[in-house]
Design a protein around this ligand. Structure first.
Ligand code: GN1
Ligand code: MG
Length: 352
């Protein structure tokens, strides 16, 4: 980011000190993230993708409410206001920015041990537990974000309406079609009130948790843009999707993609130590399937985006979204193979 723009942004927000540097940071797909350093403090600056988040004001209102609630219990990053009392800044070209306080620590792109996965579970479980008594309203920042049935409907309509990439995906689409039954498993009982609506993060990728550099203890959940009402199963399932394998989300060698039961067990131990008592029996019944639903949904989103010509997820090469969709399918198939063991692990925790 240019020195002129970072100075303009720092001037707009209630920052301390004068800007020393502003450098790119992180690996998010949607927003552009920078580390803004002044002579007095460090901040996380994000350029918001306003195609994905059309109402930045509503998004930030959710972030403010949720971080205020968490701050009453423990450390959290929080939004820095602008000098005119908002939580975002619009530059002259129409770009939206928000500034958050910085959290020191390490962010894992890959989980490298069961112990680490335990801590990831604890971090996201604690987030869920901290918000269990949250009673304010939240805006729906992205409609039907984890409505897997709506995602499937959209995929089918794009597939049926034709795409010049359709031939390349025929085999993979066939594999996906075998898992279409997963689509309504969470969203239907949620809409029918059979599982509770809670405050959820909705993007519990392992790189959205900061761990203490020395002790590895979870310090803070970050990237709160998609915080809204949803199912705990989204957060549980998506964290297992992203951390339950040592393979990258865009691993090309499908042989390397394996669902790790020891990571799964460790994650459950951490997550359930924080949430077990508040989980309802209807949620519990779906816990072991939720990683499959979320892996299916994420893979289907990559596949849809490939068919649409890469309009949502940024790509580094033309087949990138196809590679991601194939990688999620490989993970999903291994989860399916290990379904019985997964169920047994969950049952074991609830029998204790
Ligand atoms: C996106 O921006 P990032 O990388 O945290 C996406 C998630 C996907 C994830 C897959 C708003 O998250 O839903 O699970 O990519 N976020 C949005 O890597 O679409
Ligand atoms: Mg995100």
């Amino acid at each position: 980011m240019s020195a002129r723009l970072s100075a303009e942004i720092a001037e707009a927000f209630c920052t301390e000190g004068s800007v020393l540097s502003c450098v790119p940071m992180g690996n998010g797909h949607i927003n552009k993230t920078f580390l803004l350093t002044t002579d007095k403090a460090r901040y996380t600056l994000q350029k918001i993708n306003d195609k994905v988040f059309p109402d930045v004001e509503k998004m930030m209102s959710n972030v403010v409410k949720v971080t205020r609630h968490i701050a009453e219990k423990r450390f959290t990053v929080s939004p820095v206001p602008t000098k005119d009392g908002r939580y975002f800044y619009k530059d002259k070209t129409g770009g939206f920015y928000r500034l958050m306080t910085f959290c020191d620590g390490k962010v894992c792109e890959k989980v490298t041990s069961a112990q680490e996965m335990y801590l990831v579970g604890k971090g996201f479980g604690r987030f869920q537990a901290d918000l269990n008594d949250f009673s304010e309203e939240l805006f729906t920042v992205i409609e039907n974000f984890h409505d897997t049935s709506a995602r499937l409907k959209r995929f089918l309509s794009i597939y049926e309406n034709g795409s010049d990439r359709k031939e390349k995906v025929a085999d993979l689409c066939k594999e996906y079609s075998e898992f279409f039954f997963l689509a309504p498993l969470i969203c239907r009982p949620l809409s029918e009130g059979r599982i509770p609506e809670r405050v959820t993060h909705n993007d519990t990728k392992i790189n959205n948790l900061v761990l203490d550099e020395k002790t590895d203890e979870p310090v803070c959940v970050i990237d709160l843009d998609t915080v809204m009402k949803g199912s705990l199963l989204y957060d549980f399932g998506d964290a297992v999707r992203s951390g339950g394998t040592t393979a990258a989300e865009d691993e090309k060698d499908l042989e390397k993609i394996e669902f790790s039961l020891s990571y799964f067990e460790a994650f459950c131990q951490g997550f359930l130590s924080e949430t077990k008592d508040s989980i309802t029996s209807s949620e519990r019944e779906l816990l072991s399937l939720s990683p499959m639903v979320m892996t299916f949904e994420c893979g289907l989103r990559f596949l849809t985006d490939y068919l649409e010509g890469d309009v949502y997820f940024p790509v580094s090469y033309p087949e990138h979204n196809l590679v991601r969709a194939a990688a999620q399918m490989a993970l999903l198939k291994d989860m399916e193979r290990k379904k019985k063991q997964t169920e047994k692990i969950i049952n074991g925790f609830f029998a204790r």
